[in-house]
Design a protein. Structure first.
Length: 373
């Protein structure tokens, strides 16, 4: 039980700075990125929206937990479900840091095939959501943003005229129109935009308050499950399946609920390769592991519905295994040599930044819990 607790603390500390970065990005996205711009470029189910979300997410330095608040911010700002899912897949699966580590530990072939696989998997996932969850997507942004009732709008209030009344002298009384100030009046001064400091303050309040509160439950469940896998699922169990379909299925089933970032998964994958697992099987792990975890799945179900979650998981599972088979075939056909480096399991960076980030994240969670109760 001590090992389990230590592994949970390690994972919480490892994910903390990236999660805080994701929250910060989400906060700035809410206040700085115009909703109309996101709706224009990512607010529909066209292929162009999926492609834009994929290529915007790919270079961002966010892990599978850090991408959650950023994706929620994107979705609530007007992005379609298909574009949001593509963003959720492409962002944690690849990045400049993970590509460089892949080149160092696994050679140039993996440094090329890994980001290509990640990008195509993200596009495929977005297309699956586009077609599989089409009826849900037709609800558009109303369920995210809500509507303003036209009956209650100040613009719908008509000005009334005083009726002409007759006096006792049978002379008409002069009529006058009542002037009513309205938000639609042209002489109303435009509200000044908040200063940069005010925007920064609002971003922090939103991201560390409501947004963090929304994802805390599933984040903790995901980290607890990941710690359980790390503690009680042995490397021997993973490597006994060799290089067949079962090995890829096992790696996908292990990777999908597990929290591990793209960079951290690379030395672990190198260790699996040295232990006898096939290159295709470790690619499955490097695609499925960073792309999602239980926290991500909970967020998708909460924000976008069960059918989107099913399409998302089906896409990740089938795409990762498909690219695993492609990797094994390419290596065998072209006689590609993969360097075998005995990679060690990722050791948490216990620098002061990670520790302070974990303490800050814990303090924010406790504050939100106290305020909620």
């Amino acid at each position: 039980m001590t090992d389990y607790l230590l592994n949970f603390i390690d994972l919480f500390t490892e994910s903390a700075p990236w999660l805080l970065l994701g929250l910060l990005i989400a906060g700035f996205m809410k206040w700085l990125v115009p909703m109309e711009l996101l709706q224009k470029h990512m607010g529909d189910n066209r292929l162009s929206s999926i492609l834009k979300a994929t290529f915007i997410g790919a270079p961002l330095p966010l892990c599978s937990c850090g991408v959650i608040p950023a994706a929620i911010g994107l979705r609530r700002a007007g992005a379609s479900k298909s574009a949001t899912v593509s963003f959720l897949v492409s962002t944690p699966e690849t990045g400049v840091d993970s590509i460089s580590v892949s080149y160092a530990l696994l050679g140039p072939f993996f440094a090329i095939i890994r980001p290509i696989s990640a990008i195509f998997t993200a596009i495929y996932a977005g297309l699956m959501v586009k077609f599989f969850a089409l009826n849900e997507n037709k609800a558009k942004a109303n369920e995210v943003h809500g509507e303003i009732d036209s009956k209650e709008s100040c613009c719908s209030i008509k000005e009334k005229e005083l009726e002409i009344a007759k006096s006792c002298c049978d002379k008409p009384v002069k009529t006058e129109k009542t002037e009513k100030t309205s938000c639609c009046a042209g002489n109303v001064k435009e509200e000044a935009k908040p200063a940069l400091f005010q925007l920064f303050k609002q971003s922090l309040e939103f991201s560390s308050g409501k947004l963090l509160s929304d994802i805390t439950k599933w984040l903790l469940i995901g980290l607890l499950m990941a710690a359980a896998i790390k503690t009680w699922v042995s490397t021997d169990f993973l490597t006994q399946w060799g290089d067949g379909l079962m090995a890829m299925v096992i790696m996908a089933l292990i990777g999908i609920p597990m929290y591990i970032c793209a960079t951290a998964s690379t030395p672990l994958a190198a260790g699996f390769l040295a232990a006898g697992l096939s290159p295709g099987a470790i690619l499955v792990f490097m695609l499925a592991g960073p792309a999602t975890n239980i926290a991500t799945m909970g967020m998708i179900k909460q924000e976008m519905g069960t059918s989107v979650l099913v399409a998302y998981l089906f896409s990740l599972f089938t795409a990762s295994i498909g690219f695993g088979y492609l990797t094994n075939w390419l290596i065998e056909f072209y006689q590609i040599t993969i360097p075998t480096i005995a990679g060690n399991e990722h050791v948490m960076n216990t620098s002061i930044i990670y520790i302070l980030s974990a303490l800050l994240l814990l303090a924010l969670m406790i504050r939100n819990l106290i305020q909620k109760n």
